[in-house]
Each structure stands twice: as structure tokens, then as C-alpha cells.
Design a protein. Sequence first.
Lengths: 248, 230
Amino acid sequence: MKLTLKIWRQANATAKGQMVTYPIDGVEEDMSFLEMLDVLNEELINKGEDPVVFDHDCREGICGSCSLQINGEPHGPDRLVTTCQLHMRMFNDGDTIVIEPFRATAFPVIKDLMVDRTSFDRIQQAGGYISVNTSGNTIDANAIPVEKENADESFYAATCIGCGACVAACKNASAMLFTSAKVSQYALLPQGQVEATTRVLNMVEQMDKEGFGNCSNTGACEIECPKGISLENIARMNREYLSASLKG
Amino acid sequence: MGIISSSIARKVAMALSGLFLVFFLGQHFTINVTSVIDPDTFNEWSHFMGTNILVQAVLQPILIFGVVFHFIMGFILEVRNRNARAIKYESYKGNTNSTWASRNMIISGLVILAFLGLHFYDFWAPEMNIKYFKGDMSGLLDPDNVNSGFRYYEELVHKFESPIRVGIYCLAFVLLAVHLWHGFASSFQSVGFNNKYSKALTKFAKVYAIVIPVGFIFIALYLHLNQLPH
């Protein structure tokens, strides 16, 4: 396949970026999107140019490192896949592909297509955990009965890989789907009840401090999420938040 | 950062004020639809709503507060949301993952706000003038003649003489339908209501979002066309 790539190039966090056009030839339909970018970078390096910087790690859709807004959609046009799982067969010979970083004030660009998503880490650190004494008398988690329905829903919420596609897809750059998934995975389990009140209040407060937008229920986050995290988590977080606020 | 300034509290406040306005809209429509069924009933109900102390002194200020609050909160959220993405995408395909109605609530909201200005100029301001500035609480066409009948139906029909005004009203009702199409159903999600009844509730909200504005359009067109020479 012959393609035309329009890629956001930005030298560093403070530099002014711009879209740069790169023609690319010899792209195979079995390549992943990141492999296609590897081919481009090899060409750029051979020409003595600066390669395009982008996030990646496991390349099997589980680490949440890869990002990219591809032709106007986070992780590209396919559904329930990350960019590393997106294959070039989703595109046609002669296509022009626009590749941009995830855009959000809370996700500042570091260089080219790489963005700083540590705001997610800070939300997680604000309460996305349970405090367990591991001094030697810890109760086996399996000894605590959990309703099957709750266990399943908690597991589904925990499949969020924190890639940030929800923020990138949302017209308001809201992080409600991510935060609600992290709140839900504990709220549904008995182990999470001890810190339930402070968890949701602190995580939402941190989310707001980071400068994410407000959720307006467009549902774009759920559609674009590579793990299919449900909007039900946002409703659950809203309930948890209201309940926690009333408790003080 | 307290609960009042939190994103979820604002979202819930937006949803609750919206649900209140949705309820008011249904009540407004119920009274208006009597104008095409039985003008006498319309006159009686209008007179009751216009002179009842509870409606005028308690419910009317609450309604005005609800409208103003909903719009101000909408603008505050819009500004915050725009700031959350300072640099826009070169390519953004919102239509692949969400409806136009859900992405453009500010546009449909602004059209409804402009319409409310016209609507208040047409009906609310003259009503306040007659009742509270001129002191005429009789509701009669001629306050000196008890047999002249109520003025409400006559005033309503008179306002729908102009095809331009009817056109503006119909356009605003279309945008109202668009606003309700997303807003009504999503308000349940905002207040945390998402369970086995949600699908049925969403269907009801979607039907409501169409039926009420179409009903208002029908009333406007009926009152206008009924005045044309046969």
C-alpha cells in the first residue's frame, strides 16, 4: 500500500507544533499501525531526520501505553482494539491518514505524538487502592464471599488499561470513564468498602484539579474504549459520590 | 475544593434543573393543548395559573430560578469543557461515536434561550404589565364589562397571526426536541440512575422529546392556519 501520513510534529513540550506530511510506500496490510510507524521511522533515520516519537510498550493491547488519534478517532477506526492491535488492513491503498496526539489540557504533549498521562497516575494515587496490612496475618481474599454479579462487574471495570482514549474521544476531554472504572472496581467488592467514602471524594477532587472537562453523557468514551468499559461505571461513581458527600 | 465546585455536583445540579424544566414543559403543553380542543377550558386554566397566589408567588419564581440556573450552569460547564482541550484536533470524527444532539447541547440551548426571549416578550412581559403594573387581575377582554369574556385565548390566537413568528416558534421547537433528545435521557445517568429500568426510561424520554415539541408545533400551526381566510 502507498499512503500519505499527516503527522503532528512538535520538538518539545514548549515548542510550537505543526502537521507534517510524509508519503510512505510498501506498507503491508498485515502490519500493525505501530509497525507501519516503525517503517516510517527507519526511513527518517536513514535520511538523517528526527524519527517520530510515539508511546508504545507491550504491543499486545494490555499495557495502555500506545495512544494516537488516528483519522479523528482514538486508537483508529477499529473497535475494542488499541493502536498496537490496529492493522493496516483497516486502510486502503492511497489513503491519507491523519495522526495526532491525544488532545487534552491534562495530557500535555511531551514530544510529537507522546503525551504526559501522569494525571491518571495522580487520580489513582488519590484513592485507587485498598489499604491492607501485610504483616503476616492477612486474610486470604478468596475467603471473603463476593456475589458473582458484583465480582464480574468489578472485574470488567478493572480491565481499564488507563490508556486515555476516553479523554481523547470525549468532546469535553472528560476523565469520568477512567475514574469511574477505578472507583467501581473497588466499590463493588467488600474489600473496597472500608475506604469507599474517602476514595470517591478524593479521586473526583484530583480529577477536577487536573483540569479534565465535565462529562455530558455523549457516550463517545464507551464507544472508543479499547476495553469496552461501560457508562454504567459513571452512573455508579455519581451515586457513590453523592452518597459519600451526604455522609461527609 | 468543596462539593459545590465538583464536576459531579455540577452535573447533578444540571440534570435536576433540567428534569424540573422537563416537568414544567409537560404542564405547559397540557394547558396549551386545550386551546385547540376547548378555548373556554384554556381560558379558565390560564386564568387560574395567572391569578393563583401559590402559582404566582411561589412556583413562578422557582421556575424563573430553574431556567436561569440551568442556562448559567450550562455556560459555566461549556467554558470549563472548552478549556479542558485548549488545542483542538485537526481531525475529529465525533459522528462516529456520538449523536449530533449530544455534542451540541450549547447550540440547541442557545437557540432555546433566544426563543425564550421572544416568548417572554410575547406573553410573559405583557401579562406582568397588565396584572401588576396596570392592576387588572380580572383576565377579561374588557375589564369594565364582565360579559366580555376572558382575554387569554384571543391573545394567544393574535400572536400566531404572523407566519414569521409561527416559523420562528416551529424552528425553536425543533431545536427543543434536539435538546430534549439527549438532555432528558442523559439526566438519569447524571443522577446515578442506571439499572434494569434504564432502557424503558430512556425510551420514554425519547418519546417525550419528540411528542411535546411536535405537539407545540401542532398548536402553533393550528392556531395560525385556523385564522387564514377559507
